[in-house]
Design a binder for this molecule. Sequence first.
Ligand code: FAD
Ligand code: DLZ
Ligand code: SF4
Length: 508
Amino acid sequence: MGRLRVILGDQLSQTISCLTGCDKTRDTILMCEVWDEATYVAHHKKKIAFLFSAMRHFARDLRKAGYNIDYIQLDDAENSGSFRGEVNRAIARHAPEQIIVTHPGEYRVLQDMKTWQEAFGLPVEIHEDDRFLCSLDEFRDWAKDRKQLRMEYFYRDMRKKHGILLENGNPVGGQWNFDAENRKPPKHGLDIPAPHQSRPDDITSDVLDLVEKRFEHHFGDVKPFHFAVTRQQALNALNQFIDQRLSQFGDYQDAMIQDQPWMFHSHLAFYLNCGLLVPLECLRAAENAYYRGDAPLNAVEGFIRQILGWREYVRGVYWLKMPGYADENFFEATAPLPEFYWTAQTKMNCLRQCVLETRQNAYAHHIQRLMVLGNFALLAGVSPAAVNEWFLTVYADAYEWVEMPNVSGMILFADGGFLASKPYAAGGGYISKMSNYCDNCSYQVSKKNGPKACPFNYLYWDFLARNRAKLANNHRLGMMYKTYDRMGEDKKQAIADDSARFLKSLYP
Ligand code: FAD
Ligand code: DLZ
Ligand code: SF4
């Protein structure tokens, strides 16, 4: 007897709520590598390798800490391939009196868990995931009666609640938000530190072989592999970020440089989202760096806002709006995802570079995701389902709770403005200002129309024109519609013709 406590691949924290009150002499911890989770979208090879290796290391560390671990590997002979099947088999092995889990990160998994009690004839307790700083009930309360949600107000409340960067109840530095200082274009000769790299051990090497063999048709390169896969390595990555990158995180947060995939970003979402790090320790580490005088306020506040603001906010929105959120499609966009999102075969250099880096690293930084890969999908009218699937597949930090609001809400405006106040649409001018991609492109960013013109330029206006009925009342776009209306008929026709020709060429 005893209890069966189930830990999922993104719950790799020793403080996870389903371990609370664990009786190490009687209870069993179940962890399982299952085919269904690795293939419900065809995850990037590096993402699967990362999670399997982190799971195996976590199980090893729990065992060392005296827990009784039942760990099922992907290739174990009787592996049923699903959470449900493995819980069922574990019940037969251990005859538990109860099942305890922590609230999962994805809606489909929660729906499945809710059926376990009846299916297995055992009580199932689903504990809150208290690694997050805002509970789902608290977010629901905050959102109640608001027609539109805005991250900025949520963020301020969270700063107050957790006492982060506060001085007598007021924001340190006299402002809540220093984003205006965080939009510097890339500077020539920037000295960007090498990212944190962990050396693969035997456990990781076994997993890399397994992934090469079993997932050979999935997108992405499995090697070189340098992700942190233990708690200690993830802490090292956090410390290295605080020491070497945080001070310039703010200034160059929006900048993109060819062949510099990591920039001054933290690369911590991998570890935060699977549990090797918890949000509060990252926030405190950044805050302390500010108080020590090691990093300026614009950098520290910016970093804190991403984790305490955006990360918590998108999770709240996901659980508030699911299951309907997955089907939202404000612009009724139906185009398939262009093939170059997988092959990188496009003459648009910005997109080519971002896809190549994604394939190699299972990572792209925020502005690459938002203003290049996401912006293009929005302008091209790609269906939200196709864009969501791609983003969920290719990034090692992607789980539906965080991926979907960023894709459907932030980049595609598929929720009609629930999460963001306007679509993040932009022409080539933005990419040219914030990167050096255009220097190596077959297109010319300065040209607005014709075969040599940067496609972002005409697609941007075509997007606004096409969706006028839905966007005309958005006061943040009023200026852009005025500019469009001042264009001559020839110019408007050229925009429509170039866009039609270009979009057609995407689907030979
Ligand atoms: P940093 O730039 O160093 O930021 C610090 C931390 O802040 C991140 O680690 C992350 O935990 C948090 N953060 C920053 N921005 C966001 C945001 N918009 N939403 C939630 N958390 C944020 N993030 C994911 O974790 N998983 C995803 O699947 C994901 N998909 C995205 C898809 C699109 C289209 C866009 C525009 C953004 C997406 N993001 C996603 C948010 C953000 O791009 C990534 O969190 C970030 O790029 C991860 O790299 P980093 O750890 O170096 O982040
Ligand atoms: C993403 C993922 C993958 C690829 N494989 C597993 C797995 O084999 N076993 C597991 O427990 N979790 C895995 N995960 C993470 C789950 O998909 C994640 O826990 C759920 O989607 C809930 O967020
Ligand atoms: Fe991208 Fe246009 Fe610049 Fe080419 S010219 S890199 S397509 S923004």
